[in-house]
Design a protein around this ligand. Structure first.
Ligand code: PLP
Length: 281
């Protein structure tokens, strides 16, 4: 059975889903997206993701094409129709369709598409190996736009080098992963992750993890760190909605924690899953 996706009010098999070639998402990457994790067929952190979606749209001079309640209903319907127990649910909102022109018009009829991806989220995590790469993305990484080409190229480069992902570096400091927030745990047990700014995406998982770490009395420093500091750390990990807390076991050829997932990442991942099971909807 083919996957059912959502396009502008209709649930259709993915082969039948179409969007205009004049959609500004296609022509100008004039679009934002969000992705929530699906756990036990339920949606994780819906409120946080919608809040960030509304902010991303607002920063690009757009509003929401449907209400928050309607959006939740579409999420639930798609998960049900595709029978997804674990995985991700994506939504993409473009400014809409118009003849090609750099200048956009106000209040266009937006395009809303949504789709699910089934994948395991709670299995044992072996850890990933990352390489550093220059962060060549635009300057408003706090807006979750669909301009993912730089990240896509970096991750592909990492894979071609036999590794799993890239950690992006600007002015000598790690900004974030190609599609995740980056953390290290210092030898004296502090969790370090880059402070919020326009240089990184304000991760919804990041926010939850920092809250949970504080509740576990872990010390947190929100500041930039270098690749050298990360290579000298006790452990490293990343967070993202579709990965939860994921160990990083090697950075630019240097293994951390003997090339094994570290205890802090493991503990935070367990706690995050526990908490998600209490609050998903
Ligand atoms: N940073 C980037 C560049 C991302 O693409 C993502 C997730 O897609 C994140 C961070 C993590 O954000 P979240 O925890 O909200 O998924």
């Amino acid at each position: 059975m083919s996957r059912i996706v959502y396009v502008n009010g209709a649930y259709v098999p993915e082969e039948e889903a179409t969007v205009s070639i004049f959609d500004r998402g296609f022509l100008f990457a004039d679009a934002v997206y969000e992705v929530c994790a699906i756990l036990d067929g339920k949606i994780c952190e819906f409120e946080g993701h919608v809040e960030r979606l509304i902010r991303s749209l607002g920063e690009l001079d757009m509003g929401m094409p449907v209400s928050k309640e309607e959006l939740l209903e579409i999420h639930r319907e798609l998960i049900k129709r595709n029978n997804v127990e674990q995985g991700a649910i994506y939504l993409q909102i473009t400014r809409g369709t118009a003849d090609r022109d750099f200048v956009y018009k106000k209040d266009m009829k937006q395009t809303l598409v949504m789709f699910t991806q089934a994948k395991g989220l709670t299995e044992e995590k072996a850890g990933i190996r990352v390489v550093s790469a220059p962060d060549i993305r635009w300057g408003r990484r706090d807006i979750k736009t669909v301009q993912l080409l730089a990240s896509s190229m970096c991750k592909t480069m990492a894979k071609a080098a036999g590794k799993d992902d890239a950690w992006l570096v600007q002015d000598g400091f790690v900004t974030e992963g190609s599609s995740s927030n980056a953390y290290i745990v210092t030898k004296d047990g502090k969790i370090v992750t880059r402070n919020l700014s326009t240089s990184i995406l304000h991760g919804i998982t990041r926010k939850a993890i920092l809250r949970l770490a504080a509740e576990l009395d872990m010390e947190i420093e929100e500041r930039p760190f270098t690749i050298a500091e990360a290579q000298d750390a006790a452990e490293a990990f990343f967070t993202a909605a579709t990965a939860f807390v994921y160990p990083v076991i090697e950075i630019d050829g240097v293994e951390l924690n003997g090339g094994k997932p570290g205890p802090v990442a493991k503990r935070l991942n367990e706690v995050y899953i526990e908490e998600s099971r209490k609050s998903y909807i």
